[in-house]
Design a protein around this ligand. Structure first.
Ligand code: NDP
Length: 293
């Protein structure tokens, strides 16, 4: 198959919300024949004007092409939309955000209906779709053969990162990265709250905060190294005992600034527990052990 032929693989896309519409436009722009379906037909009209074929039902859209990409709101909407569709012989790529268990169940559901299955976790917001320089990408897991077959087509909207045959892994990686993002957002929220009453321009803190988080991020590699070796004191530069000694400074500053410590306190509590268990010479990595149920 020539590259040109691969680039023109016909695609069916179910769901034209903010993300679906962004995906659709990149395939159209790259010359892929595109069949779309959306529950609310008005959203399809704009895509029709840009060259997409509009199907009258999800079943009709599924029948149109062997590669079927789903970008609906949630797992329940997939059940609803695909209830009457014949998936036999289809290559189903599900980009709906969900849990690993939902992805595994959906893979089994697809297999029972005669479809091959790939699950995806989108690490991008709509403006990053079709903009490779923005660095967005999609995690894929499930059938490796299916991923390889459609790699080029799936790579049109955003980069592709395959993370394993277990269909649940794309969702797991997706949620892992987003969970870390929320931790970062929580820390930044606390930092902005600390300066709020002082008349300090948030715009003056922002570049310092962003640069600091970037400077600290490589520490994640040391954490991984410690987890792999089982030696949580390996390469430690700021040990747990020293960091726990600093906790009253953080809590005291929050109190003096009239800021609730509720975002930071749970983490400090875990640090204290780990210290109380006798691991003062270690890094913060032992907190991970306390989280495992
Ligand atoms: P939107 O809310 O913009 O669109 C939701 C889409 O799902 C619409 O096409 C909507 O149809 C459809 N839908 C909802 N319920 C049903 C249903 N019961 N039956 C059929 N269709 C239904 O969401 P996005 O496009 O932003 O998100 C789509 C997926 O992409 C989600 O899983 C989201 O988590 C994921 N994602 C989104 C990101 C983002 O920043 N937007 C980032 C990363 C992932 P209708 O037009 O009729 O309402």
């Amino acid at each position: 198959m020539t590259q040109n032929t691969v680039e023109k693989t016909p695609v069916t896309l179910l769901g034209l919300g903010a993300m679906g519409a962004a995906l659709a436009r990149t395939w159209l722009a790259a010359g892929h024949p595109l069949t779309v379906w959306n529950r609310t037909p008005a959203r399809s009209a704009a895509l029709a004007a840009e060259g997409a074929k509009v199907a009258g039902s999800a079943a009709e859209a599924v029948a149109a092409n062997s590669l079927v990409v789903v970008c609906l709101l949630d797992d329940a909407s997939v059940d609803e939309a695909l209830a009457g569709a014949d998936l036999t012989g289809r290559d189903l790529v599900n980009l709906v955000t969900g849990t690993p268990a939902q992805a595994r169940a959906r893979a089994e559901w697809a297999r029972e209906r005669g479809a091959r299955y790939l699950d995806g976790g989108i690490m991008a917001v709509p403006p990053m779709i079709g903009a490779p320089e923005a660095g967005g990408y999609v995690f894929y897991s499930g059938s490796r053969e299916l991923f390889e077959r459609h790699r080029r087509t799936l790579g049109v909207p955003a980069g592709t990162t395959y993370v394993g045959e277990d269909a649940g892994f794309a969702a797991l990686y997706d949620v892992a990265l987003l969970s870390a993002m929320y931790g970062m957002s929580a820390g930044a929220a606390h930092a902005f709250a600390l300066i709020r009453k002082e008349g300090i321009d948030p715009a003056s803190l922002a570049p310092l905060l962003a640069d600091w988080l970037v400077a600290m991020a490589p520490g994640i590699h040391l954490t991984a190294d410690q987890l792999r070796s089982g030696d949580y004191a390996k390469g430690v530069v700021s040990n747990l005992a020293m960091q726990v000694a600093g906790v009253p400074t953080f809590l005291g500053t929050a109190e003096q600034q009239g800021v609730s410590p509720e975002l930071l306190s749970p983490y400090f509590e875990l640090m204290r527990r780990r210290l109380a268990d006798g691991h003062g010479e270690e890094d913060l990595t032992g907190v991970i052990d306390l989280l495992i149920r």
